[in-house]
Design a protein around this ligand. Structure first.
Ligand SMILES: [Zn+2]
Length: 108
């Protein structure tokens, strides 16, 4: 199936209404939840949750104790959460996610 103008408009309005990607996929029919998320990302619909920004930007919603702030899943999804392992002193992430964060930065 393809993303027609009509389907894209429907995706936008459903997304804006706060439905989950799974619910939107069901409403549209013929698409998977992942396809909906991928399309929404390309349309910039999830920008309000700053999926494109560095994970560091999420600092404000993390509790004061030292928990890894690496986001897991997609903001707005029911299963979205932070890693929450104990972070490396002076870093926002646990050792594993520090490695991932600083490695990908080097590669870019
Ligand atoms: Zn982590």
């Amino acid at each position: 199936m393809s993303w027609t103008e009509e389907r894209i408009e429907k995706l936008k309005s459903l997304w804006g209404s706060g439905k989950t990607a799974a619910e939107i996929a069901e409403e549209l029919g013929g698409v998977t939840r992942n396809a909906v998320i991928g399309k929404a990302n390309r349309l910039g619909l999830s920008a309000k949750s700053s999926t494109t920004a560095a994970p560091k930007a999420k600092k404000k919603v993390v509790p004061a104790h030292r928990a890894c702030q690496w986001p897991i899943g997609h903001p707005g999804e029911p299963d979205f959460h932070f890693c929450s392992d104990e972070s490396v002193p002076g870093k926002p992430y646990c050792l594993k996610h520090c490695n991932m964060a600083y490695q990908s930065r080097d590669n870019n």
